[in-house]
Design a protein around this ligand. Sequence first.
Ligand code: UDP
Length: 334
Amino acid sequence: MQALITGGAGFIGSHLAESLLADGAGVTVVDNLSTGYLKNVQHLLDHPRFRMVVETVTNEIVMDRLVAESDVVFHLAAAVGVELIVQDPVRVIETNVLGTRAVLKAAARYRRRVLLASTSEIYGKSEAIPFSEEADRVLGPTTKSRWCYSTSKAVDEFLALAYHQQIGLPVVICRFFNTVGPRQTGQYGMVVPRFVKQALREEPITVYGDGLQTRCFCDVRDTVRAVRTLAARTDINGEVFNVGATYEVSIVKLAECILEAVQRRGPGAQHRGKDRIQFISYAEAYGKGFEDMRRRAPDIRKINTLTGWQPEIPLKDTIEYILEDHLHGKAFTD
Ligand code: UDP
C-alpha cells in the first residue's frame, strides 16, 4: 500500500508515518514545514519506502500528482494551535479550507480514499458533555477569531461529506480530541509540551484561568492506532468519528502530574512543589475576550462499537513517554 500523509512532518503525521512504514507500507509525506519540522521525520529520510515532498498542500498541481500516486490519503495538514489561531487567522482559514479543497479535488479525480483529520473544536463551546458526533455545534461570533479554526474545519468536513454524498468518494472523518506525545510543539499553545518544557527548565508552570477547566489527553500511539483501524475498514465511509481519551483531568492537576513526574525522573530532581504553578488570566495569555472551553470530553461509543478501538495508554504513561523522549531521545524542544 502506498500512503500519502499531508502534514506528515507534524506531530501526529510523523507518528503515523512511522507506524505505516513499520507495517510495510510506502509513505509519501507532503509538508511545507510551516508548523511541521523536518526533524520530526529526519530518522525516516533514508528509509527505502519513505519519500518527503516539501510543498504546501494548497498547491493543486502537486497534490494532483501525489494523490494519483497513492492508494490512500491521510489528510492531516492544517494550521492548528490556539495561539496561531488567535494570531494569524488568515493563515488558518486559507490553509485549512484551500488545502482540503486541493486534496479532495484530486481524490475525487482518482477516486482515492481520504481519512480527514478534524478536531474536537468542531463542537465549540457546547456543554453537552461528552460530545457525540451528531451533537449540535455551539460557536461564538465571527468577530472572535478563536472560532475561525472550528469553522474552517467544519467547512472541511462539509466538503468531504459532500463529495461522499454527491460522487460516492470514500471519506472518513476523525475528530481528534487533545492528543499528546513526543514531538508535539508547545509553540502554538499546546499545554502538555509547554508544561513539560517549563518543568524541565524549572520555570513556573503557566496555568491559564483557574486551572479547573478539564481536558482528556489521548496518547498519540492510541490516536495512530485509531486512524489505522479506520483506514483498514474500507467498508466504512461517509462517517465521522470522535478519536480521544475519556479520562478527564483538570489543567492544574495535569500541571501537578507533570511536576511530579519531572521530580521523579528529571536531572537534579530537586523539590518542585505546587508553588511552581503560576496562574495567568486568559486575557494575559490570549488577549481580551478569549473564550476557553470549561470541559471537553469525547463520546467514543461510535468508533468503539464499529471497530472495537478504545484508548489504552494511561496519562501517566504518556507523560513518562514524553519525558523519556525529552531526556534521552530526539524530541524537538522549542
Ligand atoms: N493552557 C494552560 N497553560 C498553557 C497552555 C494552555 O493552562 O501554557 C490551558 C488552556 O487554556 C486550555 C488547556 O490548557 O484550557 C488546553 O489547552 P491546549 O491549547 O493544549 O488545547 P485546547 O485549548 O485546544 O483544548
